[in-house]
Design a protein around this ligand. Structure first.
Ligand code: ATR
Length: 267
């Protein structure tokens, strides 16, 4: 890679951001497209978010992805957002033109990854009611799923149920027989010794389990053991990145272009 006076700057804002895979695959995408651009990590503490956004704009940075814990707060500092982002209430993509525009590509990325799984049936249980859950509930409702929502803190599920017209359940086990898809949006499973979210022995081969965490979690392992379909969050991550790139540049890159550098890294 040669950096010149014309090189455009993109990046990802998060805290922490060191473990992000986005710089790896977004730089690979720029290289594939022959665009003179770099994509770098920006570690931004929550209290510095406002200065960071206005600073990036002042520095003529072209676009950034936004990750934890900034996805919701960032909307306070943008000039425009598309209709989906406004409903979801969080953004993972900013585009700097003469104004600051916000987009959410988590929901489209999720739907693309889900479409590949070819799930039969239209009833789904979503676990978790945080920021990621909102984009996923929005996506599932648009795809006309019948959505059940469970969250450790019941009140938060009730709050989201009003916004997205979904049904709240007190225990995941109560609906397992009625649903064909389970989506974990919580951080549970990031550590391999995390306690289970529900009784995983009640999973069966009729279930598809989608975990937004992009590695094999105890939930996904258990799903595989019983012959259920198990999907980790890597495809969603890559698809949201492809969608962000399209918003910034107008170009689409093939899935393999973003997947290969990440898969090689995991080997
Ligand atoms: P994100 O933006 O990634 O969704 P978040 O907004 O902090 O992150 O939301 C985290 C989600 O994981 C929440 O649904 C949270 O449940 P609570 O609302 O009860 O806090 C869920 N979560 C985190 N740790 C959990 C645990 N040990 N057991 C069950 N749910 C957990």
């Amino acid at each position: 890679m040669t950096i010149s006076g014309k090189t455009e700057v993109y990046g990802i804002l998060g805290y922490p951001v060191k473990h992000s895979l986005s710089p790896i695959f977004q730089n690979s995408a720029f290289e594939y497209l022959g665009i003179d651009a770099v994509y770098i990590p920006f570690e931004v503490r929550p209290e510095d978010l406002k200065h960071a956004i206005y600073g990036l704009s002042a520095l003529s940075v072209r676009g950034v992805n936004v990750t934890l814990p900034h996805k919701e707060k960032v909307l306070e500092y943008v000039d425009r957002m598309d209709e989906h982002t406004a409903v979801i209430g969080s953004a993972n993509t900013l585009k700097f033109t003469n104004v600051i525009e916000a987009y959410n590509t988590d929901w489209t990325g999720f739907l693309k990854a889900l479409n590949e799984a070819k799930v039969e049936g239209k009833a789904v249980l979503v676990l978790g009611a945080g920021g990621t859950s909102k984009a996923i509930l929005y996506a599932l409702k648009r795809a006309e799923y019948d959505v059940y929502l469970w969250n450790r803190t019941y009140e938060k599920a009730v709050e989201l149920s009003k916004k997205f017209q979904v049904q709240v359940v007190k225990k995941p086990e109560d609906v397992l027989k009625r649903i064909s898809l389970i989506v974990n949006t919580t951080s549970v499973g990031l550590q391999s010794d995390d306690p289970p979210l529900f009784d995983y022995s009640q999973l069966d081969q009729g279930h598809t389990v989608f975990d937004v965490i992009y590695k094999e979690t105890p939930l996904l392992r258990r799903a595989q053991e019983v012959g259920a379909k198990a999907i980790d969050g890597l495809s969603m991550l890559l698809y949201q990145g492809i969608e962000s790139l399209k918003i910034w540049t107008g170009f689409d890159v093939p899935f393999e272009v973003v997947k290969n550098p990440v898969v090689n890294l995991r080997r």
